[in-house]
Design a protein around this ligand. Sequence first.
Ligand code: NAD
Ligand code: ZN
Ligand code: ZN
Length: 403
Amino acid sequence: MKAVVWHGIGDIRLDDVPEPTLQEPTDAIVRLTASAICGTDLHFIRGTVSPMVPGTILGHEGVGIVEQVGTDVRNLNIGDRVVIGSTIGCGMCAYCRAGYYSQCDKANPNGPDAGTSFFGGPKDSGPVQGLQAEKARIPFASVTCVKLPDEVSDDQAITISDIWPTAYFGADLADIKPGHTVAVFGCGPVGQFVIASAQSMGAGRIFAIDAIPSRLDMARRQGAETINFDQEDPVEALKRLTGGTGLDCVVDAVGVDAYHAHSGPAAEQAKQEEQTFGEEVQKIAPEQHPDGKNWIPGNAPSQVAEWAVKAIAKAGTFAIIGVYPQTDQFFPIGAAMNKNLTIRMGNCNHRKYIPHLIDLVKNGTVDPTKVLTEIETMSEVLDAYKAFDERRPGWIKVELAPA
Ligand SMILES: NC(=O)c1ccc[n+]([C@@H]2O[C@H](COP(=O)([O-])OP(=O)(O)OC[C@H]3O[C@@H](n4cnc5c(N)ncnc54)[C@H](O)[C@@H]3O)[C@@H](O)[C@H]2O)c1
Ligand SMILES: [Zn+2]
Ligand SMILES: [Zn+2]
């Protein structure tokens, strides 16, 4: 079967690989009818989240049809249509039972302290073969797969596999209450869903910060107040537009590949920090293989944390869902500590949110397909990766359909 395989930093290929087989009684085999490319996949190719194991199939977003089930999978039948949660939880351990599926004690083959186990991720996460493939083996399938009602289409369901639950989790971590003034850094697909989630939680005002006009336009169409950090200093603008107070809640939906301003007043500040940012990038991504406009790591890993901590109101809450590698140690702890901030973060506990989001689609409260800008077939996947990686205008969320 065809699958997108990670061979090295800056080197992914569409390969022929063997079909997956059942390995444990708790496994299922699912034939994917939709997958997607995520900002997380880009970190692995840019070299900012490492180490990866060559031969790993990428992708952690999937919708499909159950083809085989192990003897301990009792809630799924062959032929069922399911959405696959990105992170893998056993459903048995104390963490899963408390809703912390991403901290499951059993799912990660490297042991309970290795970190979150998810599809198509780095060595520390398993690795477990990913979902940008024709078929996949789904561990702990009775928990990781959730059956889809007919009313929810594949295009809608693919957003429920990862990006929307992650964004909802971020809004939840940020403790958004009715009336709160919220900001989201990053208007990629995850940031767009943070806006929708904050609205569903009754946020009073929502600011959205990025430097890509088409992404800011989508945020503004959703009703967010937008700030282009290449045109104005985002901290100054956020303070001014909130009457000097700052934000109650901030969500980082950017992660390690953040970049600093390249024009406008914030670029001046960035010049002074150029050396510090450069050292961070060297520590985080010692190996890089940029290729023209592609696979270029962000140039300012701590930029979002710095801006967020400055722009949050005293005693406000900062939620970090942008991904940072285990080796990242760059956070403005002193500034945050002295403002009595609450900081919450982590990998999404997808399974906790998926049933609720299916309901929101089914009853017509939210149509998540507005964020899907491209549907590409697997045969075009490498070009789609490049377009998404260079943030080509209009390319916000890429769904992959079978060839
Ligand atoms: N925690 C989780 O479980 C989880 C799950 C899914 C995705 N993620 C992470 O969420 C993040 C966003 O994912 P995505 O698919 O939307 O990625 P993306 O790369 O499409 O979007 C990131 C956006 O951030 C913008 N950006 C860069 N520097 C910025 C800055 N200094 N200030 C504001 N915006 C800036 C970029 O222009 C881009 O639009 C990634 O780090 C991804 O790994 C986390
Ligand atoms: Zn993802
Ligand atoms: Zn568990």
